[in-house]
Design a protein around this ligand. Structure first.
Ligand code: HEM
Length: 229
């Protein structure tokens, strides 16, 4: 029987699926004034999660650390070459190519949330709205590439990376595992996320939104064609 090794701690797994959910939530509600509060809450959630992940990339467990997976161009080229062979270079954590997508997703996530926040606080005009939309669209494209990359890597390396992001375990990689899943940090994350969402749901009218109509009072696209209310 193949051995399995613990690679992803609880905070990384919780971060990942919460980030994916908040991105999906923000994307699906992007054109709806009725869902503006929810859209904004998803944006704040994404930003908070990414700020946490940046810290966890410094103090987290072995494979969560940036020093474990951020590599130079040489390593990326070597890995790309190895993909052409029958036995691609094994990586217990993120492979050098996947790591590029991870860094792009973290950067785009923060930039998209920040531009949305600035837009909502009327710090820019139409151009800021354009920037926000472009960032979100680029992020969607990178997410698509990320998912395709994950499926491709899973097939090439004969390991189910998606299941690993749930269980924390990968087959093989003996001696490269982590010993602690950091459940307390994950509980703190759940409490923080839960408190934020409870607060948001009980205070549904951030400045700039008329609660009775749900209309956004700040500058918007002026394009209400897609409104679903
Ligand atoms: C159904 C959709 C998705 C699937 C199946 C998926 C799957 C995965 C898997 C398997 C990994 C680990 C890759 C590895 O072992 O090296 C991963 C990492 C990652 N994914 Fe996704 N992903 C999805 C959606 C997303 C979305 C929507 C985002 C961003 C908005 C995202 C951002 C990330 C990030 C930032 C990491 C690095 C995790 C970390 O190190 O903390 N993923 N994803």
């Amino acid at each position: 029987m193949t051995s399995r090794t613990l690679i992803w701690d609880w905070p990384v797994r919780l971060f990942h699926w919460s980030l994916a959910a908040s991105f999906a939530g923000a994307w699906l509600t992007a054109d709806s004034e009725r869902w503006l509060n929810f859209h904004i809450a998803c944006g704040y959630t994404m930003a908070g999660l990414i700020v946490f992940r940046l810290l966890w990339g410094i103090v987290g467990t072995r494979h969560a650390r940036f020093s474990d997976f951020i590599r130079g161009p040489g390593a990326v080229i070597r890995y790309l070459r190895s993909l052409l062979s029958a036995h691609p270079e094994p990586h217990a954590g993120h492979n050098p190519l996947g790591a590029i997508a991870v860094v792009m997703l973290l950067t785009l996530g923060l930039a998209t949330a920040a531009s949305g926040w600035a837009m909502y606080n009327e710090m820019g005009g139409e151009w800021l709205e354009e920037v926000h939309e472009i960032l979100a669209t680029v992020m969607l494209v990178v997410v698509g590439m990320h998912v395709v990359g994950v499926i491709f890597s899973s097939l090439k390396h004969h390991e189910n990376l998606i299941a690993s992001m749930f269980t924390g375990y990968k087959p093989g990689h003996d001696g490269q595992g982590i010993t602690h899943t950091r459940p307390l940090v994950a509980i703190l994350m759940i409490v923080s996320l839960g408190s934020f969402w409870a607060w948001t749901l009980n205070n549904p009218a951030p400045a700039g939104v008329d609660n009775a109509s749900g209309d956004y009072q700040g500058e918007t696209t002026g394009d209400t064609d897609n409104d679903d209310d």
